[in-house]
Design a protein around this ligand. Structure first.
Ligand code: PLP
Length: 432
């Protein structure tokens, strides 16, 4: 049985995840990897977003991390949700979120999912092809459609354009025409510049293209009132979000001065930083390789209890880099080493090359900003358990700053269900 924690610890002041992890490790014979979740960080990120981009309402992309406490916190704060499947819509609705706070933002949908959206009144959905228009016409003719256009960042960790989005110039006008002929209602335009954007001007470029599609749609008799600027906002703690906000706000003023509704679909921005992963070193191997004309080089292989089939899956998909931190300082000078996951697969390599002080079996490492595309991709290959969140915490002051948040841990009247955070049960336990 997978079991995590179902309560939120309120702390007098903000706590660094390291100190929280230290406490958990010290409290007993912990041998499995685990997360701690700083819900205060979710609140801070929400406040920061609203401060920087007050015109844009975030619809959190559930696929990035469907942790129930994260979703509940965002729901309580008033976020909308970007759902990509029937199951995600169900999950969000189970938390008490009304359907008008959900956008079905998967342009390519199964018929049963369209029917489900129709049954529960999730009206807004994206599309990018004629086939999808036909399916929607048949199964949900009253849907409020958002055309997804393609406009890629020149640089992003994970581009999405090869799979989704129609060309704004060569394809969008035709699709808008077909939609009009079918008597379908197009209410807006969306795009996704790519996950983990590194070219911030890409938002400005995509918004200018969206503005042209707005005009085209209006000229064909649609009435566009929604701009959806998608996701891609980095989850890091640097100032990327400030830079993106500058680009986006400026372009809003120029291309969308009117009072239209503007939303976004951030995933990583909200999910990454609140979660810190703790892993334990359970074995160590010294290896030495002989190189021609060189002395033998020794290096150390550390084996930890979580790997690429668990929280570090992005290393395979995105060749993402991870940076370990020691829980307890070790005084020796850093030496070359590599860090390996627990499965029998040689691909299960978390950190190929780094320098760390000499570690011992039983030492713990932590990895920060691990909440995005980690737990959701984890599986129990080789019988290695998927890490669970051992503790959620939030500083008192932030929690009490929002009435809905306070309700979350009080009574059954709260819009939030606080049953055990058991992911298997959560999926089975949903009934409409
Ligand atoms: C994955 C996805 C997102 C979230 O992307 P992030 O890069 O995590 O912000 C948003 N919208 C759509 C349609 C997606 O597929």
């Amino acid at each position: 049985m997978i079991r995590g924690c179902d309560t939120i610890t309120r702390t007098p002041v903000h706590r660094d995840p390291k100190s929280v992890i230290k406490e958990i490790v010290a409290s007993g014979c912990q041998e499995e990897p685990f997360y701690v979740g700083d819900l205060g960080e979710v609140v801070r990120r929400w406040q920061k977003w609203n401060h920087l981009m007050p015109r844009i309402k975030p619809y959190y992309a559930v696929k990035c991390n469907n942790d129930k406490m994260l979703l509940s916190t965002l729901a309580a704060l008033g976020a909308g949700f970007d759902c990509a499947s029937q199951q995600e819509i169900k999950m969000v609705r189970t938390l008490g979120v009304s359907s008008d706070r959900i956008i079905f933002a998967q342009p390519v949908k199964m018929v049963s999912h369209i029917s489900y959206a129709s049954a529960v009144n999730v009206e807004r959905m994206t599309f990018d092809s004629e086939m999808e228009l036909k399916k929607i016409k048949q199964h949900m003719p009253h849907a409020k459609l958002v055309i997804r256009i393609r406009s890629d960042a020149l640089k992003a960790d994970h581009p999405l354009g090869i799979k989704f989005g129609c060309d704004p110039i060569t394809e969008a006008p035709k699709l808008l025409e077909i939609a009009a002929q079918m008597d379908l209602q197009v209410i807006g335009v969306s795009f996704h510049v790519g996950s983990g954007v590194q070219e911030f001007e890409s938002y400005g470029r995509a918004m200018r293209r969206a503005a042209e599609v707005f005009h085209k749609a209006d000229s064909l008799g649609h009435c566009c009132t929604l701009l959806d600027i998608g996701g891609g906002f980095p989850g890091t703690r640097d100032n990327s979000i400030e830079k993106i906000a500058y680009v986006v706000n400026k372009e809003l003023e120029i291309s969308f001065p009117d009072d239209i509704e503007v939303i976004s679909e951030p995933g990583q921005y909200f999910a990454a930083a609140p979660f810190t992963l703790a892993v334990m070193v359970y074995s160590i191997k010294q290896v030495s390789c002989e190189f021609e004309h060189e002395k033998a080089k020794t290096s150390t292989m550390y084996f930890i209890n979580d790997g690429v089939y668990g929280s570090f899956g992005d290393r395979i998909y995105d060749s993402k880099q991870y940076f370990p931190e020691l829980l307890q300082p070790r005084p020796s000078t850093p030496e070359p080493c590599s860090i390996w996951g627990p499965t029998a697969d040689a691909l299960d390599l978390v950190v190929p090359a780094t320098d760390l002080p000499r570690l011992r079996v039983g030492d713990w490492l932590l990895f920060r900003d691990m909440g995005a595309y980690s737990m959701v991709l984890a599986r129990t290959f080789n019988g290695c358990p998927v890490p669970v969140v051992k503790m959620y915490y939030v500083e008192e002051e932030l929690w009490c700053s929002d009435r809905n948040l306070m309700m979350m841990n009080s009574s059954a009247a709260a819009p939030i269900l606080l049953e055990p955070n058991d992911k298997l049960m959560l999926i089975e336990g949903v009934n409409e």
